[in-house]
Design a protein around this ligand. Structure first.
Ligand SMILES: Cc1ncc(COP(=O)(O)O)c(C=O)c1O
Length: 402
């Protein structure tokens, strides 16, 4: 934590900082928002300047790929939201996962990944890390700290956490699992995309926090971007060093859009949280719904950890339909929805739905929830309209003849 960050965090609330962080006058020549700085080549006045030593861990303009004054304010505000010291902006949420994995792991190392991790992150372990001699063990996201300790080997270097899990929404006992990793000398990396704004990773023992800025930060389903936040110089140098070695770069135009998005993130998320809870509570009362996988609702896996560690919830959750509902009936319901677009990603202003059944990979446990699962993202629409749409969808499900 720098002295400036400390002072600002002591003086102003999170919501105030969300409006003011990353707005150094030097970034913007006095305008409220920074301009888009596009550029590869930077001209220097003479050869001596060109030959002068540079430090790639600091903000020095040497070549576009090292970052520009459009990246810096976004880095500052993501670090602020996450409660860390520095952030590296990368080209996608997925590269915010893969870059630190490559930074901390080498041939012969062992990695612990939750079974409920985002599919492409899982794929990276099996198809890339394995090729370079890194072994991955997938663990049950609801594992106890004692059982997790038994999975550690002498070469386990990284514990990865994603809480709640993709599609099945298990909230992990992150602080206790992180404490086990610490005692074994391993680093803790966490995909905190769902928890943005509501989970402070560095207060819970996480070393590196990963964000798909594509979601609520950008907020308008038109940007792909990732952020990797660290809280120590040692972690920063590893993450920044790997990002530079890989040639990671995010377009300044996308950073500019994400900067616009993040300023209104708190109000969007607040409204979306309330609407999602209303929709989820309504769904939990429907006869065709066996279970709602919403971390803020009792009965959802890890709900007590959510209550302990999170200050709220985003608007992404799942539902398990009754046993006996066929995949065909679920698909017919999804096809009949008018306001929920069928599409990947989340965190935008519009509602989305995806069938989960048929696309889950699980190996540590059966992944069996006793009925077909679908994932819902609630946008900024009126929740009453969304409920009416789902009500119609459930009548289509009931009337489905396969
Ligand atoms: C939990 C989680 N992490 C990472 C990502 C990857 O983000 P991106 O789409 O920006 O690559 C996603 C995308 O859906 C996600 O859901």
């Amino acid at each position: 934590m720098t002295d400036n960050q400390d002072a600002s965090r002591a003086k102003h609330s999170y919501f105030t900082r969300l409006s003011h962080a990353g707005r150094a006058a030097t970034h913007s020549h006095g305008f409220v928002n920074p301009p888009v700085h596009r550029g590869s080549t930077l001209l220097v006045p003479d050869v001596a300047t060109r030959r002068a030593p540079t430090n790639r861990f600091e903000r020095q303009l040497t070549y576009g790929v090292g970052g520009t004054p459009t990246h810096w304010p976004l880095e500052d505000i993501v670090a602020e939201v996450e409660g860390g010291t520095r952030c590296q902006i990368v080209s996608s949420g997925l590269s915010a996962v893969t870059t630190p994995l490559l930074a901390y792991l080498k041939t012969g190392d062992h990695l612990l990944m939750p079974d409920s991790v985002y599919g492409p992150s899982r794929n990276f372990c099996g198809n890339v890390l394995a090729k370079f001699g890194v072994e991955t063990t997938f663990y049950d996201p609801m594992i106890t700290p004692d059982d997790l300790a038994k999975l550690f080997k002498s070469n386990t270097r990284v514990l990865f956490i994603e809480s709640p899990g993709s599609h099945t929404f298990e909230v992990q006992d992150a602080p206790s699992l992180a404490a086990v990793a610490k005692s074994k000398g391993a680093k803790v990396l966490m995909d905190n995309t769902w928890g943005i704004h509501h989970f402070q990773p560095f207060k819970h023992g996480i070393d590196v926090s990963i964000q798909a800025l594509t979601k609520y930060v950008a907020g308008h389903s038109d940007v792909i971007l990732g952020g990797i936040t660290t809280n120590s110089d040692e972690d920063w140098e590893l993450v920044r060093g790997m990002s530079m070695a890989l040639g990671q770069f995010a377009s300044p135009d996308d950073c500019w859009l994400a900067l616009r998005g993040v300023r209104t993130m708190a109000v969007r998320m607040d409204r979306q949280e309330k609407s999602a809870l209303e929709v989820a509570a309504w769904l939990s009362r429907q006869q065709d719904v066996q279970r709602v996988l919403h971390p803020a609702l009792p009965g959802s896996p890890g709900h007590d950890f959510w209550k302990r560690d999170f200050t709220g919830a985003c608007s992404l959750f799942g539902i398990v339909l009754q046993q006996g509902v066929t995949q065909g009936a679920m698909d017919a319901m999804i096809n009949s929805l008018d306001l929920f677009g069928i599409g990947a990603s989340w965190g935008g202003y519009e509602s989305l739905v995806l069938p989960t059944t048929g696309s889950l990979t699980r190996s540590a446990n059966s992944g069996e929830f006793g009925g077909p699962i679908m994932r819902l993202h609630v946008g900024l629409e009126d929740p009453a309209d969304l409920i009416a749409d789902l009500d119609h969808g459930l009548s289509v499900l009931r009337g489905f003849v396969g």
